[in-house]
Design a protein around this ligand. Structure first.
Ligand code: PEP
Ligand code: MN
Length: 359
């Protein structure tokens, strides 16, 4: 049964600007409870997070404290008063958490990548705790269908309170990020599932403390619903992800430095500006269609003369000239070159169709 993204939209019931914070891993009962209590005292988060089972890229790394940490999370909840969240990757994790009082689950990026693991996990959550909110991190590879598919598996299993977390993508040469933020993907997810809560995880995206605040600000500026930030009382001694964790005090300062832009505005002046955008878009579409029609005429000519569709020198000259003109008009060079490349690819596609047409 195919579940539409509209159902993901309907499933989203989550307040905006939620902050989820806590250590990468629950390392001891003391560290877990202490971190939760400081975060609660400083009102730095709505939900406390701590990883119990850590999916690590390489064997031999610290893989979490496992089942005994379930009780630490419950204790942290009791003493801090904060709702608590942890990551689940297998049905056994879900079974270990059943009845523990855990308030929210998230699915890690590695698990979201694997449809078999995701299916088994979805079924376990659906049978043990179908009402719990589950946030799904983006899969490690930049594939929106896989991300949506993971959420659909949860829905099919009867889990209805779903959200998404953008934590960056594993791409070759992601520097300076640990996982490159590809903002178009969560933006497209938002377009397809308009009411879905999508939060940002600047800790796993940035991988270093200095990148957390700028990433968090960017996410807020783009209208993300909240943030997940890792916080440890002594990051240099953390058993996992030490380089990207901030102390609870630094977390408070970081949050205080962020500017929230949550105003919604339906004023006339915004409306008029949007009308101008709509009119300009209409003109752009007309021009694009006319331009491609001329390309087709050229395609007919090339077919008649037996010429190939691509003339690299002509394309090179055109690109250089347009880039120069565009820059003089204040257009960003990278933006313009990707636009022109897309346009050229479409012209070539249409001309190839003409060249290969059987007359
Ligand atoms: C985590 O949140 O600690 C974690 C392992 O994240 P990710 O799945 O984004 O790597
Ligand atoms: Mn981590």
């Amino acid at each position: 049964m195919e579940i539409s993204t509209k159902e993901i939209y309907r499933s989203a019931v989550w307040p905006s600007r939620t902050v989820i914070a806590g250590p990468c891993s629950a390392e001891s009962c003391g560290q877990t409870v202490e971190t939760a209590c400081v975060i609660a005292e400083e009102k730095s988060a709505d939900i406390f997070r701590a990883g119990i089972w850590k999916p690590r890229t390489r064997p031999g790394s610290f893989e979490g404290m496992g089942e005994r940490a379930v009780a630490w999370l419950a204790e942290a909840k009791k003493q801090s008063g904060l709702p608590v969240a942890t990551e689940v990757a297998t049905p056994a994790h879900v079974a270990a958490l059943a009845g523990s009082g855990v308030d929210m689950l998230w699915v890690g990026a590695r698990t979201a990548t694997d449809p078999f693991a995701m299916q088994a996990l979805a079924e376990a959550i659906g049978s043990y705790m179908p009402d719990i909110p589950v946030f799904v991190k983006n899969p490690v590879n930049p594939d929106i269908e896989l991300w949506i598919g993971a959420m659909q598996r949860l829905l099919q299993a009867g889990v209805t309170n779903i959200g998404a977390i953008h934590r960056g993508f594993s791409v070759y040469r992601s520097a300076p990020y640990r996982n490159a933020p590809i903002w178009q993907i969560p933006i497209e997810l938002h377009r397809r599932c308009p009411g879905l809560a999508i939060i940002h995880d600047p800790s796993h995206t940035g991988g270093q403390v200095s990148l957390i605040a700028p990433l968090a600000q960017k996410a807020l500026d783009m209208g993300f619903s909240g943030l997940m930030i890792e916080s440890h009382p002594d990051p240099s001694a953390a058993l996992s992800d030490g380089g990207q964790q901030v102390t609870p005090r630094a977390l408070r300062e970081l949050l205080d430095g962020l500017v929230l832009r949550a105003v919604t505005d339906d004023s006339d002046s915004l409306h008029r500006l949007r009308e101008r955008i709509d009119a300009l878009d209409g003109q752009l579409l007309h021009l694009l269609s006319q331009r491609l029609e001329v390309c087709e005429e050229i395609g007919e000519y090339k077919k008649m003369k037996g010429m190939p569709a691509v003339q690299p020198e002509r394309y090179g000259r055109l690109l250089t000239a347009s880039l120069e003109k565009g820059e003089a008009l204040g257009l960003d060079r990278r933006f313009l070159s990707s636009l022109l490349e897309t346009l050229h690819a479409e012209s070539v596609r249409r001309q190839l169709e003409i060249l290969n047409r059987r007359d």
